[in-house]
Ligand binder design. Structure first.
Ligand SMILES: [Zn+2]
Length: 104
């Protein structure tokens, strides 16, 4: 009985830790404002279909580290490429949030 309840508490702690790293954006380190997911078109001619994903502050406009991801229109991709691209975009957004949270 004791072991069971201990395991449950540990599981909750583990899932909270993951949440802090990825799903929750900490407030702005400069003004304490609310943060949001943001992206901008990358006009670099070497990467015409790319977007930069980052976190920005709604109040002062401070931005976190930017992570590039290719965003070719899915009509031009086969199934495997679509899955890879979606995974890459997800990873770029995740990296941006983790990076922002480390600085916040
Ligand atoms: Zn701010």
């Amino acid at each position: 009985m004791k072991n069971e309840s201990k395991n449950t508490v540990e599981n909750i702690n583990n899932s909270n830790e993951k949440l802090l790293l990825s799903d929750v954006m900490l407030p702005c380190p400069f003004c304490g404002g609310e943060a949001q997911e943001d992206s901008e078109y990358d006009s670099d001619e070497n990467s015409p279909d790319g977007y930069q994903f980052f976190v920005s502050c709604k109040i002062c406009g401070a931005t976190g580290e930017k992570f590039y991801s290719c965003t070719t229109h899915e009509i031009h991709l086969n199934t495997k490429q679509k899955i890879e691209q979606r995974e890459n975009i997800k990873q770029s957004k995740l990296n941006a949030i983790v990076s922002w949270n480390k600085r916040a």
